[in-house]
Write a protein that binds this ligand. Structure first.
Ligand code: NAI
Ligand code: 2OP
Length: 316
């Protein structure tokens, strides 16, 4: 029997992700949205693409959760995206209610599934999904670090006119303005990036990475990035479905690792068939540690906002 993956949200990120997964041809995909006809129409279009691209993935669109039962992986992209001038945090109350409800329905239909959260504000929405699902942390992971790291890598590759494939990097911390691109762990074909790009220019690239989401939002004027975000989720899904054990920067619920407890923070994670299989702890300098502390503090503040919002509006 083919594996099943569910993607909730048939909008920009969700539908592009479903397309990427269908083209991988390793699972059937269920796409859920609240808008009648939207997931059904996109799913039909993607099924009709199969003969041209040569994939057999069965793509189903639905507004209910019955068809999602037995999913190995469920990706939550439902929610409102950012509009120009809007911070990720502005989305908190609306997306909290959406993510909580969707998580409960997914967990009921697929009690053994692995959840990947995409909706913003990412770290806080992971916290909501963990609470709403009552799953162990191994099965509730957030996507942000792969995207933020890809942005950092692409800017470095552009600067040095080299292939993106030869740029190794890590962006840790929360998916917010204080995320932490780790310059000291960034290299090009093994050469530390600090030897290749002068400090001032590197600082500008770090800042551009932190503003990466907002830069796309400002250009699009409505909606936010979705090509790189959907590719980032697909890379995580590959590692889980194919049990590849990739080490990717993901939002994980820390339990003492890196000195934090009970918070979702972006850290290097080994992803395999069991979900989050290991958190890799890398050594941080005092400056990197301060930057991570600052990022963790802003995640903590947002989690407080979410917890208050959850207690004001208890689950149905
Ligand atoms: P979009 O507006 O194109 O799609 C969202 C979809 O969710 C819509 O089709 C909407 O009808 C659906 N939806 C809303 N409530 C729902 C519910 N209760 N059940 C099922 N579906 C529901 O937005 P887009 O661009 O796809 O972004 C989705 C989310 O992902 C946003 O919160 C955005 O900020 C976030 N995002 C996060 C990234 C990250 O790095 N973690 C990167 C890019 C986007
Ligand atoms: C991004 O970074 C909006 O979080 C989304 O593109």
């Amino acid at each position: 029997m083919r594996k099943k993956i569910t993607v909730v949200g048939a909008g920009n990120v969700g539908a592009t992700l479903v397309q990427r997964l269908a083209e991988r041809d390793y699972a059937d995909i269920v796409m859920v949205d609240i808008i009648g006809g939207l997931p059904q129409g996109k799913a039909l279009d993607l099924r009709e693409t199969g003969p041209i691209l040569g994939y057999d993935s069965r793509v189903i669109g639905t507004n209910a959760y019955r068809e999602t039962a037995g999913s190995e992986v469920c990706v939550i992209t439902s929610g409102l995206p950012r509009k120009p001038g809007m911070s990720r945090d502005d989305l908190v109350e609306t997306n909290m209610k959406i993510v909580r409800e969707v998580t409960q329905k997914l967990a009921k239909a697929s009690p053994k599934t692995i959840l990947i959260v995409v909706s913003n504000p990412l770290d806080a929405m992971c916290h909501v999904a963990l609470k709403a699902s009552r799953f162990p942390r191994e099965r509730v992971i957030g996507m942000a670090g792969v995207l933020d790291t890809a942005r950092f890598r692409s800017f470095i590759a552009e600067e040095l006119k080299v292939s993106v494939k030869d740029v190794e990097a890590y962006v840790l911390g929360g998916h917010g303005d204080s995320m932490v691109p780790l310059v000291r762990y960034t290299s090009v074909a093994g050469v530390p990036v600090e030897k290749l790009i002068e400090k001032q220019r590197l600082n500008e690239i770090v800042q551009r990475t932190r503003d990466g989401g907002a830069e796309v939002v400002a250009l699009l004027k409505s909606g936010s990035a979705y090509y790189a975000p959907s590719a980032a989720v697909a890379e995580m899904v590959d590692s889980i479905i194919l049990d590849k054990k990739r080490i990717l920067p993901c939002a994980a619920h820390l339990n003492g690792e890196y000195g934090y407890k009970g918070l979702y923070i972006g850290v290097p994670c080994k992803l395999g068939a069991k979900g989050l299989e290991e958190i890799v702890e890398i050594e941080l300098s005092a400056t990197e540690r301060r930057a991570l502390d600052k990022s963790a503090a802003s995640v903590k503040e947002l989690v407080g906002v979410v917890d208050r919002a959850m207690s004001r509006a208890p689950a149905a």
